[in-house]
Design a protein around this ligand. Structure first.
Ligand code: CA
Length: 229
């Protein structure tokens, strides 16, 4: 709030600064012998201050809602937790070890040595052990580019805590209809809980190749489920 007072100055007059209230500042200007004082208050009224805090809180809440919506639509809730896990697969072909699917490299040409490979078999599978129980948000799979991209068609993503049938009997998150050659596709798993993430292709005479598997989720434990104890 600004207010201005004007006082004509003379040689004999005594200049008095305006009386200030708490939070006010004063500045003086002189034009043609006329002095002006301007006072300005930096204080908000109590009700104004309350409104400011309220608006601030509302803005903060809005930012959190926006971030949550963006996270939901983009499917990125956090870091890739697959890289800290341990992997195994049903068989080994062409030295395509299972670790290649969690090496942090989406390179999809076989020659880059970053894709897994099983031998030709019935129901080939690959399994990621996250070492703890997680609520899985997304699984992103990168498919091979230079050859054979249709081999992934019909593969299933299974998530759970059981090792029955090598983990392939756990609940199913998705069936992969197809993934274009050399591309990555993200599957939403709706916070299914599990320590194990399997990718398995039903049927006989199948190969399973994965160039990268990325997983996001939150650790599943009592403190998160029941923060108030
Ligand atoms: Ca890789």
């Amino acid at each position: 709030m600004m207010s201005t007072s004007v006082l004509r100055n003379s040689a004999n007059s005594v200049t008095h600064w305006p009386k200030l209230k708490s939070g006010e500042t004063v500045s003086r200007t002189e034009i043609n012998g006329v002095q002006s004082w301007s006072t300005e208050s930096s204080c908000l009224h109590t009700e104004d201050a309350g409104t400011g805090i309220e608006l601030g809180m509302m803005t903060l809440a809005g930012v959190f809602v926006l971030l949550a919506v963006l996270g939901q639509t983009s499917g990125h809730f956090g870091p890739n937790i697959a890289r800290d896990g341990k992997v195994t697969q049903s068989s080994l072909g062409w030295q395509g070890v299972p670790e290649r699917a969690i090496d942090g490299n989406r390179a999809s040409n076989w020659g880059k040595r970053s894709c897994t490979h099983t031998s030709r078999q019935t129901k080939p599978w690959w399994r990621l052990d996250l070492l703890k129980k997680y609520k899985i948000d997304t699984v992103t799979i990168t498919n091979r580019k230079d050859c054979c991209h249709k081999r992934i068609n019909g593969a299933e993503i299974r998530i759970g805590n059981s090792l029955n049938d090598n983990g392939n009997a756990n609940p199913r998150c998705a069936v992969i209809s197809s993934i274009a050659a050399g591309t990555s596709k993200t599957f939403m798993c709706d916070l299914m809980e599990g320590q194990y993430v399997n990718i398995v292709i039903p049927g006989s005479k199948k190969y399973l190749t994965l160039c990268e598997v990325e997983v996001t989720g939150i650790e599943s434990n009592d403190s998160i489920e029941n923060p108030c104890g």
